[in-house]
Design a protein around this ligand. Structure first.
Ligand code: UD1
Length: 419
C-alpha cells in the first residue's frame, strides 16, 4: 500500500509527454495472441494493467517481454490450453478480452469473470450475445465463463447497448469466423479503431471501425505486425483538467487533439484557453473556472473516465454545475472524498450538483477506483496545503510515472509506502 503527498495551490507550468492508451493496450495485447510470428507493440504505458496482462500472456505460454526501447514483443505460437489463473484475471476487467481472442485462436476459452473498478453492475450479456451469434456455445459456472465453437460463422449482430468491451471482444472473435460479420450499434471509441488497425496490419479485413457499423471478413490467416498504441486521451484529459483547475500553462505532447475535442470543448466553456498544435495541446488558465453542465456519453460524447477529474475542477467554479453520468450507474465514489476537502457536492440519482466553493483544503483522502484517484490528484493540485491520497495503487493501474509528470509541472509530490 502506498500514499501520495501532493503540495497544491500553485499554478502548473511545463510540459508533459502523454503515454500510450491503457484501454487500447489491454485490447491489443490479447489480440497479439492471434497472428503467427512476433508482434512488436510500441508506446505501451508502464502501468499495472499492462504488467498484469504481460503476466497473463506468459502464464498462457506466450513469449512476451519488454525490450530496452520500451516496446513489447509478443510471440504466441505456443499456447497452453489451460484456464487462465483467476489470481491474475480478477485484477483487471479487460481480461475478458481473452474470451474473444482465445475463441478466435483455439476455438475455446475459459475465463473467470473480470474485476476492475466497481462502477455498479457490469454485465457482459452483449459480449455473450455476440459470441452465440457467431456460433459459440456459452456457459457460465461458478463465476467462470466458458465459450467454445468448432467453427465460428459470420453473423449480423446488433448490440442493444453501445459497449466498448462487447465491440472489441466480438471483433476479436469475428476475425476467425468464416464469412462476413456485421456489428451494428458498435462503439466508436478510438481504441476500437486502434485494435482494428493492428489486426488489419496483421492481415485481417475489418472495415468501418470508428463508425457504428463494423464489417469483418473473417478467416484470413494473420501474420504478426508492429503497431504503436495511440496516446491515452484520459491521461491527457486529467492533466488538461489539472492545468485548467490549478491555473497555469501546460503543454501536453504525444496527443491526438481530435480525440480530446469533447474534453477541450468543456475546458474552453470553463474559461481555459486550449490551443492545438500538431500532436500537442496547450492549456492556459488564469481565472477561476466557470460553472457548466455536462453529461457523459459514449464517444464522441464526453468520456465517463474524464468525468471524476472534471468534478474536482467544477468544485471550485464560480457557480453551480450539473454533471450527469450517462454510462455507469455508480460513478461518484470520489464525491465523498472531495467533500472532505471542502467541496459542496450532492448526488441526486446519476447527477451531481456541484456548488463551486472559493477553494479546496488539503485533507487525507482515499481513492477507491482508478478515475476517483485521478480526481483526487487534480483536487490535490488545486488545494492549499498537503493532500494525502491513500489507495494510490488504483492510480498506478492506469497512469504511468505520475510523480515525474507532476514534478515536471512544478508540483511537489512524494510517494510513501505504508506498512
Ligand atoms: C470500457 C473502459 C472503461 C470505460 C467504459 C466506457 C476498458 C478496459 N474500459 O469499459 O474505462 O469507462 O468503456 O467508456 O476499455 N453493458 C451492458 N452489457 C454488456 C456490456 C456493457 O449492459 O454486455 C453496459 C454497461 O453496464 C455500461 C455500458 O454498457 O452501462 C458501457 O459499458 P462498456 O462500454 O462495455 O464498458 P467497458 O468496456 O467495461
Amino acid at each position: 500500500m502506498a500514499k501520495l503527498l501532493v503540495d497544491g495551490g500553485r499554478p502548473l507550468r511545463g510540459t508533459v509527454r502523454i503515454s500510450g492508451r491503457k484501454n487500447s493496450a489491454v485490447a491489443v495485447m490479447p489480440a497479439a495472441l492471434l497472428p503467427q510470428g512476433t508482434s512488436r507493440l510500441e508506446n505501451l504505458p508502464r502501468i499495472t494493467d499492462v504488467e498484469v496482462f504481460l503476466s497473463i500472456l506468459r502464464q498462457m505460454g506466450a513469449e512476451a517481454a519488454w525490450r530496452e526501447d520500451g516496446s513489447i514483443e509478443v510471440n504466441a505460437e505456443r499456447l497452453y490450453r489451460l484456464p487462465v489463473s483467476f489470481e491474475l484475471t480478477r485484477r483487471l476487467r479487460a481480461s475478458y478480452y481473452l474470451l474473444g481472442a482465445l475463441l478466435a485462436r483455439q476455438g475455446r476459452a475459459e475465463v473467470a469473470l473480470p474485476g476492475g473498478c466497481d462502477l455498479g453492475p457490469r454485465p457482459i450479456d452483449q459480449h455473450l450475445k455476440g459470441f452465440r451469434a457467431l456460433g459459440a456455445e456459452v456457459s457460465l459456472q461458478r463465476g467462470t465463463v466458458k465459450v467454445q465453437a468448432r467453427q465460428l460463422r459470420g453473423a449480423r449482430i446488433y448490440f442493444d447497448v453501445v459497449s466498448v468491451g462487447a465491440t472489441i471482444n466480438v471483433l476479436l472473435a469475428a476475425t476467425a469466423a468464416e464469412g462476413t460479420t456485421v456489428l451494428e450499434n458498435a462503439a466508436r471509441e478510438p481504441h476500437v479503431v486502434d485494435l482494428a488497425n493492428y489486426l488489419n496490419a496483421c492481415g485481417a479485413h475489418i472495415r468501418g471501425a470508428g463508425t457504428d457499423v463494423i464489417k469483418v471478413q473473417g478467416g484470413h490467416p494473420l501474420r504478426a505486425a508492429a503497431h504503436a498504441i495511440i496516446p491515452d486521451e484520459i491521461e491527457a484529459a486529467t492533466f488538461m483538467t489539472a492545468a485548467a483547475a490549478a491555473g497555469g500553462d501546460v503543454t501536453l505532447e504525444n496527443v491526438i487533439p481530435t480525440h480530446l475535442e469533447p474534453v477541450s470543448a468543456k475546458l474552453k466553456e470553463a474559461g481555459a484557453l486550449v490551443l492545438e498544435n500538431g500532436d500537442s495541446v496547450r492549456v492556459i488558465s488564469t481565472e477561476r473556472p466557470l460553472p457548466l453542465q455536462l453529461k457523459t456519453m459514449p464517444y464522441p460524447g464526453f468520456p465517463t473516465d474524464a468525468m471524476p477529474p472534471m468534478t474536482a475542477l467544477l468544485s471550485i467554479a464560480s457557480g453551480t454545475s450539473l454533471v450527469s453520468e450517462g454510462v455507469w450507474e455508480n460513478r461518484f465514489a470520489h464525491v465523498n472524498e472531495l467533500r472532505k476537502m471542502g467541496a459542496r457536492i450532492r448526488v441526486e440519482g446519476r447527477t451531481a450538483v456541484i456548488e463551486g466553493v472559493d477553494a479546496l483544503q488539503a485533507a487525507p483522502v482515499e481513492a477507491r477506483d482508478l478515475r476517483a484517484a485521478a480526481a483526487l490528484m487534480v483536487a490535490g493540485c488545486i488545494a492549499e496545503g498537503q493532500t494525502e491520497i491513500f489507495g494510490v495503487e488504483h492510480l498506478d493501474r492506469g497512469y504511468e510515472g505520475t510523480e515525474e509528470k507532476l514534478r515536471a509541472l512544478g508540483v511537489r509530490v512524494q510517494r510513501l509506502r505504508e506498512e
